[in-house]
Design a protein around this ligand. Sequence first.
Ligand code: NAD
Ligand code: UD1
Length: 340
Amino acid sequence: MRRVLVTGGAGYIGSHTCLELLNAGFEITVVDNLSNSTQESLQRVSTLTGKEIAFFEVDLLDARGLDAVFSKGNFETVIHFAALKAVGESVAQPLQYYQNNVTGTVNLCQAMQKHGVTDLVFSSSATVYGIPKSLPLTEQSETLIHEVTNPYGRSKLMVEFVLKDWQTAFPSMNIALLRYFNPVGAHVSGLIGEDPSGLPNNLLPYVSQVAVGKLEKLGVFGDDYETSDGTGVRDYIHVVDLAVGHVLAVKKLSENPGVVIYNLGTGIGYSVFQIIAAFEEASGRNIPFEIMPRRAGDIAACFADPSLAKRELGWTANRGIQEMCVDGWRWQSNNPNGYS
Ligand code: NAD
Ligand code: UD1
């Protein structure tokens, strides 16, 4: 049995990963400051699995509080989700983002070092690739900090550097940098899912709130990109496939690989129009939309070459776009107001 500390475990991807970890027989502890989540998500994970989750409401910026959690836990691995993630907000509040995402991670590393915890899985993002020079993106594709289009994305790339430098200095550390593409959908139970606060920034939560009648219509940000139908193309990945990737990454770290980097995506890109059509089919609802100007910082297309994760982790995303939409719709229609 491996004991895993999950930071940000009450959030969207964290809660789905907690469920998969518990089902795979891991013992888990969650630290979360609940700045973008509620404990209800973890209660539902406990209901679904019939297993307990130790929970500490602690901020990663509170180094003493974090130290106390490590003193109680005897963890073997840490999965680090806790971060702020709203791109627009990061442009308006860059210091808050660097403090929370970078300093928070440094505090976490210091606590791990003090308590002799060597294995870390980090939530990175395809945003570190900036403007792709060629597609699909492999782990070798360039990551240039000045080409990342916003402070949120830069905080992710900075943390990648922090973790690599740390591992160079302490080679007994094992670190997995997981670069997620576009996580969507929800657990098949419809009990846990994404619960954005305020107006959703991302496509799928916006589309599902239009479908459920909370929002009037979708704005499509540009129909003049060099893509098959002119709208932006992304590699959407079912959140449960992503969660399973974390379980496999934790297992991989027990082989002492040092630093490993994996793209977690499907390798398939869908346009905004294709997503609208798939969600209309899944929900049986009409999704009215209006063409708007391009969103600042957006790229035309982005999708992964996920073959390294397949070779080294034995991981593939096997839930397709229809399942992503059907599961996302089940969550949205059963919980029109999220967890509240
Ligand atoms: P989320 O906001 O649902 O989850 C993040 C959790 O971290 C929340 O529960 C929040 O309360 C907590 N948190 C934030 N700052 C904290 C702090 N200082 N101390 C303790 N807890 C803190 O987001 P998510 O979508 O589940 O994303 C999880 C991770 O994956 C993040 O690191 C995010 O940057 C990364 N990521 C997400 C996406 C995406 O599209 N959702 C894509 C790529 C990468
Ligand atoms: C966004 C973030 C990225 C982050 C990722 C997480 C920006 C500029 N980038 O990327 O840093 O890692 O989310 O998943 O915010 N779209 C619409 N209307 C909407 C919303 C989106 O047309 O209301 C379009 C976008 O232009 C894009 C596609 O839908 O072509 C996907 O958008 P989104 O879900 O926000 O993801 P990303 O742009 O990939």
